[in-house]
Design a protein around this ligand. Structure first.
Ligand code: KIV
Length: 264
């Protein structure tokens, strides 16, 4: 049975924590499905993690659909959510419906939108059209220029109240879950208690209903410094470098290909 948005809600109701992981291609999506990850996020973090941009802002609908379709081919039975890229829902509810529809036509099951305030109105329209919406509050990367950098949000009492109000507004608008990113743990726990829909944290402490990680951080593929909140559960980056050096050394030494890997 394919996993649906209702399964995430059931996890919250049963008090079972769950994970979501980003995916950008078929091969990794297949492995994440094999590992039993219920929800895969085709994040616009594809921009900085996969395509070499410095932020998520340049990511286009075309790029998101290209990677989204690849993930659909690899993991059709998981709950597949795509990020609406910067500029794809900001003009009007009609623009948001057109962008989100393109993801559902491509085989994804829902979309994620960053921000509160007016985004609740857009969410309501999408949900009316049968498009499941995941909200995203806190350190929303598309707001990097407005925030003046990647800074933890929700530290003042005013900002805290705003995030709580935005979470309630997204729930009322029909969002099926909310990502909480880069906010104090206590605030994330308060939001999680305040809404009936599941919260999924990243840099938001242990009090959320689920946790999400960027797949390259999780696998140890990210080079250089990782964000404080991320943990590498493997050293795949080092394995890639070692395996490629071994291949190169074998070719230089003339021991690959050998008889076993050649045709007669
Ligand atoms: O784009 C992304 O990967 C995200 C997650 C960090 C939640 O939005």
């Amino acid at each position: 049975m394919p996993i649906t948005i209702h399964d995430l809600r059931a996890h919250k109701e049963r008090g079972e924590r769950f994970v979501m992981v980003t995916a950008y291609d078929t091969a990794i999506a297949r492995l994440l499905a094999e590992a039993g990850v219920p929800a895969l996020l085709v994040g616009d973090s594809v921009g900085n993690n996969h395509l070499g941009y410095s932020t998520t802002l340049p990511v286009t609908m075309g790029e998101m659909l290209h990677h989204g379709r690849a993930v659909v081919r690899g993991a059709p039975g998981q709950l597949l959510i795509a990020d609406m890229p910067f500029g794809s829902y900001h003009q009007s509810a009609a623009q948001a419906v057109a962008s989100a529809s393109a993801f559902l036509k491509a085989g994804l099951h829902g979309v994620k939108l960053e921000g509160g305030g007016w985004v609740a109105g857009v969410t309501e329209r999408l949900v009316e059209c049968g498009i499941p919406v995941m909200g995203h509050l806190g350190l929303t990367p598309q707001f990097v220029n407005a925030f003046g950098g990647f800074r933890v949000q929700g530290r003042s009492s005013q900002a805290r109240e705003r995030i709580l109000a935005d979470a309630r507004a997204l729930e009322s608008a029909g969002a099926f879950s909310i990502v909480l990113e880069g906010i104090p743990s206590e605030l994330a726990a308060a939001v999680t208690a305040a809404v009936a829909i599941p919260t999924i944290g990243i840099g938001a402490g242990p009090g959320c209903d689920g946790q999400v990680l960027v797949v390259y951080d999780l696998l140890g593929i990210t080079r250089g410094s990782m964000p404080k909140f991320a943990r590498a559960y493997a050293d795949i980056g080092d394995s890639i470098v070692a395996a490629t050096r071994a291949f190169s050394d074998d070719v230089a030494a003339g021991v690959f290909p050998d008889d076993a890997h050649s045709y007669r």
